[in-house]
Ligand binder design. Structure first.
Ligand code: NAP
Length: 297
């Protein structure tokens, strides 16, 4: 085990992305030695006390073993949806165990369940089950729906359209999620109260999409607005935009999960783990540009 300021080494994946990059920056700020793992090493951030490791995709066992060698804890940020995400995550976890990693912090999604309405939450549940059966010490960190997603889903006129009706979601910022996960990663004793736990990381309140989008408009000074769609309208508009069937299905299911109240739970995980209240949507520090949500182009 390599040590810097008496911290054990943490490997973080997804560091070229919005969440993993934030977690890595926070751990570096706490003086934690890190292995930053990515598929494109030239895009991995340079941080104090961190080695850049890769290229390593989750599905590539030898590359993952090489990238994770020397870590005690693995922060595994869930990968993009491929249809084989369980197998990819399982390969990454098995590679970690083979090189001596003894704790995995897995970033899952709120509402993860085999019958979840949001299709992306189903294989997150599969990975959670794999971890539960693997015997490795682990914590599941279920991230709430991102505050940033409605802004990224807007069209060039700043309109967010979808079949969410008046359902609610407890949108949470990337920064709050990163703070909460960092707190768990810093709890580096031989045992932690978070071992075996599933922590649902949510924002401070459950908002309808109309409320959320109205607040994004006020926060950004841009004319964002929400228009509810029927299922038929939701399909037809996305089909005209040239989206693939699986993309249409996945995004419609995102709105429907909100409509059905499957992502509306508000927890105290952010204040309990970070000591600060969860950030209201109006105070979010980062807004992506319209039309930048994955799988909408
Ligand atoms: N809670 C929510 O509302 C929500 C919304 C969207 C996504 N998610 C999930 O949360 C994850 C993190 O969110 P984010 O905002 O940080 O997404 P992001 O900015 O797209 O970053 C995803 C990161 O995961 C890496 N990655 C993806 N698939 C991989 C694979 N098969 N092997 C190795 N690395 C892989 C990406 O690497 P590259 O840079 O090489 O692509 C990137 O570094 C997403 O990947 C997704 O599973 C959650």
């Amino acid at each position: 085990m390599s040590e810097r300021n008496n911290h054990a080494t943490v490997a973080v994946t997804g560091v070229t992305g919005a969440l993993g990059g934030r977690i890595a920056a926070r751990l570096a700020g706490h003086g934690v030695p890190q292995l930053l793992v990515g598929r494109s090493p030239d895009r991995i951030p340079e941080l104090p006390g961190a080695q850049r490791r890769g290229p390593a995709a989750y599905a590539d066992a030898p590359d993952m073993r090489k990238a994770l060698d020397g870590a005690s804890t693995l922060v595994l940020v869930s990968g993009h949806r491929t249809g084989r995400r369980l197998e990819e995550h399982a390969t990454a976890v098995e590679a970690a165990v083979e090189v001596g990693v003894d704790r995995v912090l897995y970033v899952s999604l709120v509402g993860a369940a085999p019958t979840a309405t949001y299709l992306n939450a189903r294989d997150q549940w599969l990975t959670e089950q794999f971890l539960a059966g693997s015997g490795i010490r682990h914590t599941v960190l279920r991230a709430g729906f991102y505050t940033s997603t409605p802004a990224a889903l807007a069209d060039e006129e700043f309109v967010v359209s979808g079949p969410a009706s008046t359902g609610r979601a407890a949108f949470v910022t990337h920064d709050d999620i990163a703070d909460a996960i960092t707190a768990v990663a810093l709890d580096q004793g031989p045992r932690s109260e978070h071992d075996g736990a599933t922590l649902e990381i949510t924002g401070p309140e459950a908002l309808t999409l109309e409320e959320a989008v109205t607040r994004i408009a006020a926060a950004t000074g841009r004319p964002y607005r929400y228009e509810t769609e029927t299922l038929e309208q939701a399909f037809a508009r996305r089909w005209r935009l040239g989206m693939r069937g699986d993309q249409i299905e996945t995004w419609i299911s995102w709105f429907q999960a909100i409509e059905k109240g499957e992502v509306s739970l508000v927890t105290d995980v952010v204040p309990r783990l970070t000591g600060s209240p969860a950030t209201p949507i109006s105070d979010a520090a980062w807004w992506p540009a319209p039309k930048t949500a994955r799988g909408t182009r």
